[in-house]
Design a protein around this ligand. Structure first.
Ligand code: DP6
Length: 360
């Protein structure tokens, strides 16, 4: 598919008003998206686990305007409170998607959104937030179209979500989601995320993700600034090649259920992401001392138990602990006894792989 396939020719029905509601999960990248080109196109392909517990619930009430507005007409409640400071991000999103859902000029939208995880936890809410909003808008478009194939619905929702935040396109459908052109991944595209198209061993279908909240403050580098650091980065070319190769490696790892190799790829990806930030100009260290303390402990634990607990990181200090469900008891004991002490206010979130967004 190409971009223009997402531009509707006309709408069959005109709805006066209505309300839609969707919940969309967050996701955690195994191969990281870091670096982008114009129009929210990724510099390299990525793959992520969809989460289950960490999600955004968004409802949109829409009312037809007497005449199309010059400005986008919407109000926004976040966790029950009006948040003017969130609006510019939505305006940018609307500007980017207007061409693909032209009805947005003709309506007033009341957007009501909330997260299941604390906003100040340092967990990115842009993925689940943009995914939930994109799905609400697609749901409205679907009501105006004569018919819409479900496959098209989800592809376009992911396409729109990507224009809000790149990683959001991986929060629509599927438990393991691939995004970005890759010669050896069938159906892959820069335009939207796809459910991973190859066999995946059962062990990955019940993977656990415990998120240790090491530092709950605002991230010191926004992802927009972060992606920009890859322009002219001395190691960018090698990094993009490495991501490409890691996706090839993961294909057999997923099929065979090879946990040792999984651990190696995932941890290497996380550390490379941070290495890119440490070696850019300007440079940043986004880990905190406790991030490193946790990593040391994980490595000790793995040496001692031969378990398959591994970590990954986003562009921040929090640590995602990934492990198979059948190692849960031992790992949870270890988390409680050894790792919680490194969390801010001993806070952590128990999550697991989930299956994508849902209409409510
Ligand atoms: C480190 O999707 O937040 O989490 O497209 O600018 O909104 P924008 O970036 P964003 O970047 C996510 C970066 C990451 C890695 C990943 O999720 O793949």
């Amino acid at each position: 598919m190409i971009e223009n396939d997402f531009i509707p020719s006309s709408y069959k029905y005109e709805k006066e008003q209505g309300r839609v509601q969707w919940k969309a999960p967050s996701n955690i990248a195994l191969v990281k998206y870091w670096g982008k080109k114009q129009n929210q196109l990724p510099a390299n392909a990525s793959v992520s686990f969809t989460l289950d517990e960490c999600r955004t619930v968004t409802s949109v009430t829409f009312t037809k305007l007497d005449k199309a507005n010059k400005e986008f007409s919407f109000d926004l409640l976040f966790e029950g409170k009006s948040r003017e400071d969130f609006k510019p991000k939505i305006v940018t999103f609307f500007e980017r998607i207007e061409k693909y859902i032209p009805f947005i000029r003709n309506y007033h939208f009341s957007i009501n959104t909330s997260n299941t995880f604390p906003h100040s936890s340092g967990i990115a809410s842009s993925a689940s937030g943009m995914a939930a909003l994109a799905l609400c808008l697609m749901d409205i478009e679907k009501q105006m179209a004569s018919e819409m194939d479900p496959d098209f619905f989800y592809k376009k929702a992911s396409f729109l979500a990507r224009l809000g935040s790149g990683s959001a396109c991986r929060s629509i459908k599927g438990n393991l989601v691939q995004w970005g052109d890759h010669n050896e991944i069938i159906g892959s595209t820069n335009l939207y995320g796809i459910p991973y198209p190859y066999p995946v061993d059962e062990v990955f279908k019940s993977f656990q993700d415990t998120i240790l909240l090491v530092h709950k403050g605002q991230k010191s580098v926004s992802s927009t600034v972060g992606h920009d650091l890859m322009h002219g980065h001395p190691f960018a070319k090698n990094r993009f090649e490495q991501a490409y190769d890691n996706l090839i490696r993961l294909r057999s790892i997923f099929t065979e259920g090879n946990l040792d190799d999984f651990v190696e790829v995932v941890e290497s990806e996380a550390l490379t992401l941070h290495a890119m930030m440490m070696t850019s100009i300007p440079y940043f260290i986004l880990m905190k001392p406790n991030t490193l303390n946790i990593i040391e402990k994980i490595w000790e634990f793995r040496r001692a138990t031969k378990n398959h607990l591994c970590f990954t990181l986003d562009a921040g200090a929090n640590v995602h602990l990934l492990y198979p469900n059948n190692e849960k008891n031992e790992v949870n004991k270890f988390i409680k006894e050894e790792l919680i002490a490194y969390c801010e206010n001993e806070q952590y979130i128990c999550d697991r792989i989930g299956f994508g967004a849902k209409k409510m």
